[in-house]
Write a new protein. Structure first.
Length: 87
């Protein structure tokens, strides 16, 4: 029988994937080069600033939405997986 498996993985957010981290370039380059299908992006709660944009309850009609840490990592993930079925 011929195996019809599909290589895939999940990328779990963590500080080492931030643009300023030493592992950033190599990790996203490897993700791109792998060309895996259906890669999952997992914003995990141990790093709340990487997973939740509003960490404080709205007060006085104002919110505290902050995508400073979320958007760059998600953007890098989307670029690295561009052209795969997950994109």
């Amino acid at each position: 029988m011929i195996s019809k498996s599909t290589p895939t993985l999940q990328v779990v957010v963590n500080p080492q994937l931030a643009r300023v981290a030493k592992l950033h370039d190599g990790a996203f380059s490897a993700l791109h080069d792998l060309g895996a299908d259906y890669v999952r992006y997992v914003p995990w709660l141990p790093y709340p600033k990487l997973a939740v944009a509003e960490l404080k309850m709205p007060e006085g009609g104002k919110t505290s939405w902050d995508f400073t840490y979320i958007d760059p990592m998600l953007d890098d993930f989307m670029k690295a997986t561009d052209g795969t079925p997950s994109s």
